[in-house]
Design a protein around this ligand. Structure first.
Ligand code: IPM
Ligand code: SF4
Length: 799
């Protein structure tokens, strides 16, 4: 693991350093988190853990919640509340659970009746919640998006969400530094999405594993903030922990006037800009890996397979196994061609489409919609298309687009114009592909079943998706649109997104804040649910059958598909494990060839994967929960997706990295022979059933200590209260704009469309507000008043 940097520092080194509360000798870092975004899918179990342990949210003023994955994108004209609006029961429960939680913990929340609701990675920047030099986390892998601001932003699992809610810190390790430099000018029709698809094609989906990528070079500098966000968004598809771009004038211009950014030209703004301007990598800073790309080598790029690294220029043909050297990639190619229903050698532009989707946290910002609208203006979508949809990333993007008439352009062309949400990016809501349907999509993942079981996804930029919609096949936008000069949006045009929400007085579903006294005593919360991250099972030695898998880049969508993410519990997910590979999608019967359906592997306690990058992709902690519930507590592989790797430890599981090919082969041979192996964490060895050593392995000593002793790391971190408090005092002094000041400026309460609070509570709430009881107790941290109190005061004024 890389150690602290002495000489010239990179942007990542600087932001990391400024947030270290404590660094242990083994490299374990307690990192302060400035901004925590929360959504409905990965938070229920975290809030449940807090409630069971009677813990509070430490910094409600640094926490922002919204609902995005489950929300239907149909018209909200008649929206009254979630209970009536969301038809699917599990989705409804997940959305309502978030509403209960934000109310119980007094968090700021943009619900479905609020114009500011949208995909979590769109609303953070839009509100100025995301700021340069901050640490930003969310229980979502595409948190990397926010790195476009020079923030250190990364996805975390649900146990870590709980840790951040309770302590505003995270236990982490230093990542490696990687630089991707793109110089020169992009050709017309080529956009930032093509840059990132090209980069991933070059480095592979494991290329950035263990690293934070800094994107730099003249081509990146020339991009608008929104275009930079699309690039950082997909750093995770390149395997990186995060992506970053150094803040510059483009960044500062973008932030001007954002509701939660410091007020422009105020002393606070000047102080902030002075600090933000220091966030450049020093001359002579070194990187562990460097990649150089000439912008003129990038063509409009499209994916052909089931991994984001499976890309070719639109002028290319579908590759075949012979185009790859590596055996694992040859195998993956055969599998991908079969899934995608494609033949090697087919020109990409001959591939006929069924659907087109313009949306997602990668490409549903106003510039994306503008550029796509420019392509389709005055034209019609191809008659063979079953459906073409545009899903704005947030309510404010939608409003802005409508004020520019973009909705009309799309509707006239034959597109559906929808409400904000994740939509068909992952199909946790009603927008999905049917089996074998082929879709041109501006989203970021083309995994098997990603947009719907059996659905086939081709990733591309918004202008390319627009061109595809007109042609009905994969198409080259350069042959469709007239590019007089460059297609690039050089810098963000000043976009006035109207932050107004509906008149709170006239609305029936005003925010309801629970009685704070009651909350601080923790007695509003039923504490029956057993599962919480507090107190982990111990891991010392494990002896058992190991199931062999020879697949590379096994993503968490494959480990547990999206339809199983709608639970609000941690338990019972074993039957969902590898669902699409284990069960026939039509009959539901077991697929006999799949390893976990065979004896003796039905009883496997260990998984041995000989391909790299196990658990890449989404941050869903449901993946380790499903493995655990099946009975697997140890995974052995050459490398892991970073978030998955962290998530396993939080559940008392052990991921073992074996990079020595011969040792891995020895272990795999035992697994294939159906013999037991023994993983000994104390001795850090793997032995065969006879006790002969097969391999040794490394684990960070703090993690090892926690696993062996079954320690709850939230409890451990809470013992560091003094250090965290001192850090916060320094933060208030040095970077005062981070203390939720933006919230204090807001007018109008934040709405919660939760099921109404029972009448009895309402009466009590009103009484306590009027009499002033139950105000600030339990919500003060270091003299900082939290948003709960601010919201409460505003309500008092309203009354
Ligand atoms: C639901 C969430 C955990 C997931 C992620 O982490 O990425 C989702 O946003 C996705 O895109 O798969
Ligand atoms: S990748 Fe898709 S599902 Fe995940 S946050 Fe972004 S839009 Fe939502």
């Amino acid at each position: 693991m890389p150690g602290a940097v002495k000489g010239p520092r990179t942007l990542y080194d600087k932001v990391l350093q400024d947030h270290i509360v404590e660094e242990k000798e083994d490299g374990t870092i307690l990192l302060y988190i400035d901004r925590h975004l929360v959504h409905e899918v990965t938070s229920p179990q975290a809030f449940e853990g807090l409630k069971n342990a009677k813990r509070k949210v430490r910094r409600p003023d640094c926490t922002l919640a919204t609902t995005d994955h489950n929300v239907p994108t149909t018209s909200r004209k008649n929206f009254k509340n979630v209970e009536q609006f969301v038809e699917e029961a599990d989705s409804r429960l997940q959305c309502m659970t978030l509403e209960d939680n934000v109310r119980d913990f007094g968090l700021t929340y943009f619900g479905m009746g609020d114009a500011r609701q949208g995909i979590v990675h769109i609303i953070g920047p839009e509100q100025g919640f995301t700021l340069p030099g901050t640490t930003v986390v969310c229980g979502d892998s595409h948190t990397s998006t926010h790195g476009a601001f020079g923030a250190l932003a990364f996805g975390i699992g649900t146990s870590e969400v709980e840790h951040v809610l309770a302590t505003q810190t995270l236990i982490t390790q230093r990542s490696k530094n990687m630089r991707v430099q793109v110089d020169g000018e992009l050709a017309p029709g080529v956009s930032s999405k093509d840059i990132i698809l090209h980069v991933i094609g070059k480095i592979g989906t494991a290329g950035g594993t263990g690293a934070v990528i800094e994107f730099c070079g003249s081509a990146i500098r020339a991009l608008s903030m929104e275009a930079r966000m699309s690039i950082c968004n997909m750093s995770i598809e390149g395997g990186a922990r995060a992506g970053m771009v150094a803040p510059d004038q483009t960044t500062f211009e973008y932030l001007k006037g954002k509701p939660l950014a410091p007020e422009v030209d105020s002393p606070m703004w000047k102080k902030a800009v002075a600090y933000w301007s220091t966030l450049q990598s020093d001359e002579g800073a070194t990187y562990d890996t460097e990649v150089f790309i000439d912008a003129k080598d990038i063509a409009p790029t499209v994916s052909w397979g089931t991994s984001p690294q499976d890309v070719v220029p639109i002028t290319g043909v579908v590759p075949g196994p012979d185009d790859f050297q590596d055996e694992a990639r040859k195998r993956a190619c055969v599998k991908a061609l079969d899934y995608m229903g494609l033949e090697a050698g087919t020109p990409m532009q001959d591939i006929v489409l069924d659907k087109v989707f313009i949306g997602s946290c990668t490409n549903a910002r106003i510039e994306d919609l503008r550029s796509a609208a420019r392509v389709v203006k005055g034209k019609k979508i191809a008659p063979n298309l079953k459906r073409a949809m545009v899903v704005p990333g947030s309510g404010l993007v939608k409003k802005q687009a409508e004020s520019e008439g973009l909705d009309k352009i799309f509707i006239d062309a034959g597109f559906e114009w929808r409400e904000a949400g994740c939509s068909m990016c992952l199909g946790m809501n009603p927008d999905i592909l049917s089996p074998k349907e082929r879709c041109a999509s501006t989203s970021n993942r083309n995994f098997e079943g990603r947009q719907g079981a059996g659905g086939r996804t081709h990733l591309m930029s918004p202008v390319m998706a627009a061109a595809c919609a007109l042609v009905g096949k994969l198409a080259d936008v350069r042959r469709i649109a007239d590019y007089n000069g460059s297609s690039q949006v050089k810098s963000a045009p000043k976009v006035e997104l109207d932050p107004q929400v509906d008149d709170p007085e006239s609305d029936s579903d005003l925010i309801e804040i629970m009685d704070l006294d009651e909350k601080s005593q923790g007695n509003t919360v039923p504490s029956k649910a057993p599962a919480s991250s507090a107190g982990m099972p111990k891991f010392t030695q494990l002896k058992g059958i190991a199931a062999p898998m020879e697949v590379s880049n096994i993503d968490t969508d494959a480990i547990i598909p999206k339809q199983f993410l709608k639970t609000i519990k941690r338990s019972g997910l074993g039957s969902a494990l590898f669902h699409a590979w284990r069960f026939d999608s039509e009959t539901g019967a077991e697929i006999p060839d799949f390893v976990l359906n065979k004896e003796p592997y039905r009883h496997a306690k260990i998984l041995v994967c000989t391909g790299p990058n196990f658990g890449c992709g989404s941050s869903r902690e449901h993946a380790p929960w499903a493995l655990l519930d099946f009975g697997i507590t140890c995974i052995i592989a050459p490398s892991f997706g970073d978030i998955f790797f962290n998530n396993t430890f939080k559940n008392g599981m052990l991921p073992v990295r074996i990079t020595d090919e011969a040792a891995l082969a020895r272990i795999a041979d035992e697994a294939k022979a159906g013999r037991e192996i023994e993983v000994d964490l104390e001795a850090q060895t793997i032995k065969d059933a006879e006790g002969k050593e097969l391999a040794t392995f490394e684990v960070e000593s703090f993690r090892r200590h926690c696993l062996i002793n079954g320690l709850d790391d939230i409890g451990l971190t809470m013992q560091m209260e003094d250090k965290i408090r001192r850090f916060e005092e320094r933060r208030t002094r040095d970077t005062p704009w981070l203390d939720g000041s933006g919230y204090l400026k807001r007018t109008g309460p934040t709405k919660v469309e939760a099921a109404p609070v029972p009448k009895t509570n309402r009466g009590r709430l009103r009484r306590s507000r009027l009499s002033g009881e139950g105000s600030a107790e339990g919500s003060e941290h270091n003299g900082l008043t939290t948003s709960v109190v601010q919201l409460d005061e505003r309500l008092l004024k309203a009354e």
